[in-house]
Design a protein around this ligand. Structure first.
Ligand code: NAD
Ligand code: UDP
Length: 315
């Protein structure tokens, strides 16, 4: 029996936005962490404060290749998350989702580790029901420009369940909804980082379509807490982890431009193909069974994120 402080974690994509916050939480809890990353969208800087710590190891590795490691828990986050990055090389994105998850499940099976998959609300596609409970099967275009990611996450969930059924591999599936916070890349094209960076550089905010589409944004600290509770739980079914407060993109634009006294206005651009019109999680399962719900308000979370980007651009 291992003491909790001896839990050995593998975080794939650990140098990325969510991965690096997870690494921080695990390291602060006194656990061991191996972080693997191919640095496609992640940066060493996000984890450099742990380099030299005997409980931390950083390995440059691509999850589409197998790797042999002795670990107890695998947090499988490796995959570009922003549309502009995952659409840059869609074949690679599909490979990362399928082969990466296959390799990590193979490792989990061999060493009897528990694996948590960072799945996505994108498995619901452009949803026909609103808000989205875990029981909704989704409405995904199989051949569109978002399909490499959306279908990638769907096959990853399928693989997890087949490993569970065939080998009794312990899996946890987090359906993560839009998350924001410090360490987002300033140029990753996601709406929160775009609007903050545009405000800081005194440019008009780019609204795609009319801005009437909605999302429900979760602050990163809340999200990480949800992932940890799910990993520690006994539930292998997919669980929505996100903030249920829905907001339109126009409302986000108004709020951020007012915050910065940005008088440059808005630039209305074409709506990207297959952009989901609405998105809002039902989080009853997480509330009841993980005793989890988001705590950070959108205003407070945006404040933290703005401070991060102000700092980022002042150096
Ligand atoms: P991110 O792009 O910041 O992080 C992904 C990390 O994975 C990066 O460090 C990248 O270099 C690494 N990576 C990518 N392909 C790899 C490969 N083949 N081998 C090894 N490393 C690889 O994205 P994020 O926002 O931190 O997302 C992390 C995970 O959470 C992803 O799986 C994403 O699909 C999922 N997710 C994120 C959100 C969100 O709003 N941020 C929403 C839903 C799901
Ligand atoms: N969006 C926008 N302007 C931007 C970036 C994004 O209006 O500069 C819109 C985008 O069309 C989508 C929403 O904001 O409807 C969220 O986009 P993001 O890329 O952040 O997340 P995702 O589409 O993956 O949910």
């Amino acid at each position: 029996m291992k003491a909790p402080s001896q839990i050995r974690n593998l975080v794939t994509g650990g140098a990325g936005f969510l991965g690096s916050h997870l690494v921080d939480r695990l390291m602060k809890a006194g656990e061991e962490v191996i972080c693997i990353d191919n640095f496609h969208t992640g940066r060493k800087k996000n984890v450099e404060h742990w380099i030299g710590n005997p409980y931390f190891e950083l390995i440059r590795h691509d999850v589409t290749e197998p790797i042999l490691l002795e670990v107890d828990r695998i947090w499988h986050l490796a995959c570009p998350a922003s549309p502009i990055h995952y659409q840059l090389n869609p074949i690679k994105t599909a490979k990362t989702s399928f082969l990466g998850t296959y390799n990590m499940l193979g490792l989990a099976r061999r060493v009897e580790a528990r694996l948590l998959l960072a799945s996505s609300s994108e498995v619901y596609g452009n949803p026909e029901i609103h808000p989205q409970p875990e029981s909704y099967k989704g409405c995904v275009n199989t051949i569109g420009i978002r399909s490499c990611y959306d279908e990638g996450k769907r096959i990853a969930e399928t693989l997890c369940n087949d490993y569970l059924r065939m080998n009794n591999t312990q899996v946890r599936i987090a359906r993560i909804f839009n998350t924001y916070g410090p360490r987002m890349l300033p140029d990753d094209g996601r709406v929160i980082s775009n609007f903050i960076v545009q405000s800081l550089t005194k440019k008009p905010l780019t609204i795609y379509g009319k801005g009437s589409q909605s999302r429900s944004f979760c602050y990163v600290d809340d999200l990480i807490e949800g992932l940890i509770r799910l990993m520690n739980s006994s539930y292998s079914n997919p669980v929505n982890i996100g903030n249920p407060d829905e907001i339109t993109i126009s409302e986000v634009a108004d709020l951020i431009s007012k915050k910065f006294d940005n008088n440059e206005g808005f630039e209305y651009l074409e709506m990207p193909i297959d952009d989901p019109y609405r998105r809002q999680p039902v989080i009853d399962f997480a509330r009841q069974n993980l005793k989890w719900e988001p705590k950070v308000s959108f205003i407070d979370g945006i404040e933290e994120t703005c401070s991060y980007f102000r700092d980022y651009f002042s150096h």
